[in-house]
Design a binder for this molecule. Structure first.
Ligand code: PGA
Length: 235
């Protein structure tokens, strides 16, 4: 399957950072993958404008399940779409932890994203304690069963929580085992990404694991040079 290289800027970045990043990404032709950057909501329209014709798509990091209404501080899937986004990350572990999002919350948001024409990128992954206890496969199966509506047409990102922002990653064998497990549960059509401490120096090995069809990159996506280097490793 065609690889997807997706950046998650989290709560980082100003318009100045966006301009510098786009300049770095546009400096030379990019390998022919699907490229995506998911900046904070304040920068979605700015990125969409700067990236026009670049082949790099723009996504949100979250959306509300409702189409509109009295939800101070929230944004809808249709608003992201209107600002120029074509995708949205949903159920990231930081949303699940910081905002108490359950599989049910994520399920509703995925449906809203699909209805608005956004590609949902749904994150699943176990804690360190769950992995130590041998429950990683069971945890991601439960998260997917709860978070993905019937007939789900989107992307799943496997992101072990203990690997996010820590510099630690599972072994390549562990990544292969859990991606194969996810593939068996989801069937052949769904693209499966790996996320969690992907860097320029480990990306080639991670992306070469069977059933790893790209990456969701946090910290290292903030640097255009690093993000480009990671993406170029996806061959
Ligand atoms: P990281 O984050 O690459 O900084 O570990 C990944 C993510 O949270 O999507």
């Amino acid at each position: 399957m065609r690889k997807l290289v997706a950046g998650n800027w989290k709560m980082h970045g100003t318009r100045r950072d966006a301009a510098a990043w786009v300049e770095a990404m546009r400096a030379a032709p990019l390998p022919d993958y699907d490229w995506l950057v998911c900046p904070p909501a304040t920068l979605v329209a700015e990125f969409a404008r700067l990236l026009e014709g670049s082949g790099i798509a723009v996504g949100g990091q979250d959306c509300h399940a409702a189409a509109g209404g009295a939800h101070t501080g929230d944004i809808s899937a249709a608003m992201l779409r209107d600002a120029g986004a074509t995708a949205v990350i949903l159920g990231h572990s930081e949303r699940r932890t910081n905002h108490g999002e359950t599989d049910g919350t994520v399920h509703a948001k995925v449906s809203a994203a699909l209805a608005a024409g956004l590609l949902p990128i749904v994150c699943v992954g176990e804690t360190a304690a769950e992995r130590r206890a041998g429950h990683a496969h069971e945890v991601v199966a439960r998260q997917m069963a709860g978070s993905l509506p019937d007939g789900f047409a989107g992307v799943v990102a496997y992101e072990p929580i203990w690997a996010i922002g820590t510099g630690m990653t599972p072994t390549l064998q562990e990544v292969g085992e859990i991606h194969t497990h996810i593939r068996r549960l989801l069937g052949p059509e769904i693209r499966i990404l790996y996320g969690g401490s992907v860097k320029p120096d480990n990306a080639a090995a991670l992306f070469a694991v069977p059933e790893v069809e790209g990456g969701l990159i946090g910290g290292a996506s903030l640097s255009g040079a690093d993000f480009r280097a990671i993406g170029s490793a996806a061959r």
